[in-house]
Design a protein around this ligand. Sequence first.
Ligand code: PLP
Length: 378
Amino acid sequence: MQRIYLDHAASTIVEKPAIEAMLAFLSDNFANPSALHTEGRKAKAAIETARKQTAYSLNCNSSEIYFCASATEANNTVIKSAVHSLGVQTIISSRLEHPCVENSILWVKKTFPNIQIAYVDSNESGQIDLSHLEKLLAADDSKKLVSIIHGHNELGFINPIAQIGELCKRYKAYFHTDAVQTALRFDLGLDTGRIHFAVASGHKLGAVKGAAILFVSRNIGLKSFIHGGGQERGFRAGTENVAAIVSLGKACELAILEKESRKEKLIQLKTIFLSELKAKNPQLQFNGSDALDTLPHIVSLRLPTRLALGSLLFKLDLAGLSVSAGAACSAGAVLASAVTRFLDMETGWQTIRISFSPHNQTEEIRAAVAIIANLLTF
Ligand code: PLP
């Protein structure tokens, strides 16, 4: 049976050039990049090349890029370090953040009872309410960090980060955005001075797992809470994952070269998926919005079924279709995420997330529609 993988928002295909670029650092040159010998210096130089490729692709300066092991680590670093090294007294966030942001903020609240946490309202698609954000920013003179996701990993909506950044600038607040699902697909505007911290993850953009990007804008003075050697200019101690970082640099270079063609292909695939599925059931519901101004690679589909979520995913898997339940980062748990659980409680329906890659073929999309339609009594 041919398998159809439509879970690219969880982890996507590693691009061949990204694999080829990293191989030398798994076999011939396995040296520690902190070592002073020739092999060590070559490994170090490869990291710096990857930093340049990453910075160029994200339109920022190399000195603003730090490599971490995962986006989870990078998001934790920003939120916790903003409190302990920048004197942030209030964190403003949304109720629809990835658990690594949500739980970092909850940890801060528990550990530092004097830190204020405020949540900005969202509209029915999930986007934040800018006028409510302005009210929260204007509420007092405390030093603030605003942490708002850019493109939502489950619902696919996109937050207006340019306007959020403008408001933060006006009220002198720091702005952090989790751009894991948008980096290199959309322009983040890192050159505008509106964003202080942004995060992206290698395994979502064509590199191997084990390397992620933390952008910290110049002269911020953020200090890490990881202490050890002086790696990453003293900001992120621990021997660098050279091979993964090299693959990340190459994947960034490719992603920016192919940005428009990939977007076009994704919109084409999403359009076919939505129109063919709606033709089978015009009442079909989507979480967030099914409009094409959402992330081109994500559809959050609400299915009219009384099957438990685990059984539904299992049946889809048996039929050859790999998709996930909302966020895929819950260590294999078949529980719906808090976001989709909340939405589904109202109808008793189940939510699955379908996510595409530009490498998917139209025939795969049509076959996926047939599998979903067969499983449900439309
Ligand atoms: N933020 C978002 C929006 C995500 O989609 C994910 C993973 O799905 C993460 C953070 C965590 O990324 P990582 O797997 O690199 O820790």
